[in-house]
Design a protein around this ligand. Sequence first.
Ligand code: ZN
Length: 355
Amino acid sequence: MMKRLFTFPAMAVVAVIVSSCARKNAPHDPMERWAWEVPSPPPPPMAWVPAGPFRKADRTPDNVTAIVIHTTEGRWSDDLTHAENQERNFRNVINYFKKNDRNVSAHYIIGRNGEICQMVNEGDVAHTQTYYNGRAFGIECAGWSRRPETWTPELMESLIKLCAYLCVKWDIPAYHPEGTAYEGPYSVIVDEENKRFTGPGLVGHDQVQPWNKSDPGDHFPWEEFSERVRLRIREYGVEPIELPSVEEIVSSDIFATARIREERIGTGEPFTYELTLRGPGVNSVSIGDIVFPDFSVIEGLEVVSKPVRETISETLVQFEIGLRRDVPGRFSIGASRISIDGSWNDTQTLRVNVE
Ligand SMILES: [Zn+2]
């Protein structure tokens, strides 16, 4: 009998940022919250063109902690001036995000003359920076990280206004955190192949994915930019939120991986579903806080042994549950939730074929 395990992204980042900011205690609906919050800046003028790829979500300020700055890169023509290339790039990228087969998008695109186009609603998740999407806004600046001319005064002014607006409305720290997924205080190493950046605030794509991204690049003036975002926020009569302490963030970042032991999958044979939690905060998670999926909703899937918790080390806890399925076919399990300090987080979905 053939046995196969589909290893779709069986890893999810579960981040719980405990913020001391009282403004986080807001009504669930961001729009409702928007209506009663007192000193809020208006959004800068922008066009709306809906993106094709995105994930519908109901994000609140509790879920969102960062703004990721990008450059679009893309085609360059030596027959055109920099300005002409950049203007064409802005239009091309908007068209591309309307529909593309790479399943990518961004919340906002900014052009060289400061024009802003929104393509994904604030509460929804754009597909801009892989594992970091859920917690972030993605802003694409039309241009090239290697070309300093990308950063025109008009583009920078619009970017600053947009970031100031988002920082106030969504309680995002108006500071640039240091380091990358590889190193620095916000780097969490899950294992050799999985390294994650957990820093909140005004973040570069190169910090999130240092293995394959280098935007917005060395010409982007991080210090001046974040200082001007804070100035703008203060003009609205609001004090910018500072970065939470590193200890606070690292201790609340937990990584969950789930897998089914491949060698035992097959019709009628029991197999083990493991949920592994790894991270400096795992000791604050107790077995009572893990909710396993309702396996009974999958036809023929039965629990043959109850979840067993095993503490592997100070930073690694593993749960195992034995399952058996008598019906061939493909199914998904997941929706495991982890509670840390009372906050619930969905983890991941694992798809399995039983043949
Ligand atoms: Zn990027």
